[in-house]
Design a protein around this ligand. Structure first.
Ligand code: PGA
Length: 258
């Protein structure tokens, strides 16, 4: 993995039409090109599935901007109505895929076992999974953050390790901070990143963890707090939802990173 430049992932969820997605992509590309030549971050844009191909075409040139998907199915091909495989995503030029987002755990009833299979399917096609972990508010109040993180890690990554070429991103996303307008404090993020690091080291060789796994934060990141997630020990980036939906605001955020 080319480290440790920061990784910014824009998760556009189901918030934009295809037309709006393309307009935003074009505006962002223009804005990023104005930021200068040597950007010290990688940017991943995760549009809605129907816009992947068109956004991918727009992203052909810039070297540090990648195409990401918001989900993947765990099977290779076959009679799975409505699903999209890692192979198809890879064919479209996708490099990253979000897996296990709390909205999918909540609304689509995704289980840790499904998520584990999705992570493995993505890795098989050299997509980098962005595995989302995090506690709910009730779990937080009950002092269960660390236990939840350990449990999700051990279930979502059970029974395999990364091969030499494979990379993984773990996004610590406290469920209650998503879309709330209130990110957690920097010390909170760093503690959680440390817990994730420890959990990973219990499962995988230290070398694999330090070289091939990146840890980022997600949950109400915007231009006022983005710096708290950058180059902070084990924390090197952010998964940004709402604040990535407007070109001007997102460029403002990226300017803090560049
Ligand atoms: P938010 O979303 O930035 O709007 O809180 C983050 C996410 O859900 O990944």
């Amino acid at each position: 993995m080319t480290k440790p430049s920061n990784l910014l992932i824009a998760n556009w969820k189901m918030s934009l039409s295809v037309k709006q997605t393309l307009a935003l992509t074009k505006a962002l590309l223009k804005g990023v090109s104005n930021l200068g030549k040597f950007l010290d971050f990688s940017l991943v844009l995760c549009p809605t599935f129907p816009a992947l191909s068109a956004v991918g075409t727009l992203l052909k040139k810039p070297a540090n901007i990648y195409l990401g998907a918001q989900d993947v199915f765990w099977k290779g091909h076959g009679p799975y109505t409505g699903e999209v495989s890692a192979e198809i995503l890879s064919e479209l030029g996708v490099k990253y895929v979000i897996v296990g987002h709390s909205e999918r755990r909540q609304y689509l009833k995704e289980t840790d076992d499904m998520i584990r299979h999705k992570v493995m399917a993505a890795l098989q096609y050299n997509l980098t999974p962005v595995l989302c972990l995090g506690e709910t508010y009730a779990q937080r109040q009950a002092g269960q953050r660390d236990a939840v993180l350990h449990q999700q890690l051990s279930r979502d990554l059970a029974g395999f390790s990364l091969t030499g070429q494979q990379n993984l991103v773990i996004a610590y996303e406290p469920v209650w901070a998503i879309g709330s307008g209130k990110a957690v404090s920097q010390s909170d993020m760093l503690q959680a990143a440390e817990v994730i690091e420890q959990g990973l080291r219990q499962m995988w060789p230290s070398e694999t963890v330090s070289r091939q796994v990146r840890i980022i934060y997600g949950g109400s990141v915007d231009d006022t707090n983005i710096k708290t997630c950058l180059n902070q020990g084990r924390l090197n980036g952010a998964l940004v939802g709402g604040a990535s939906l407007q070109a001007a605001g997102f460029i403002k955020l990226l300017r803090q990173v560049a």
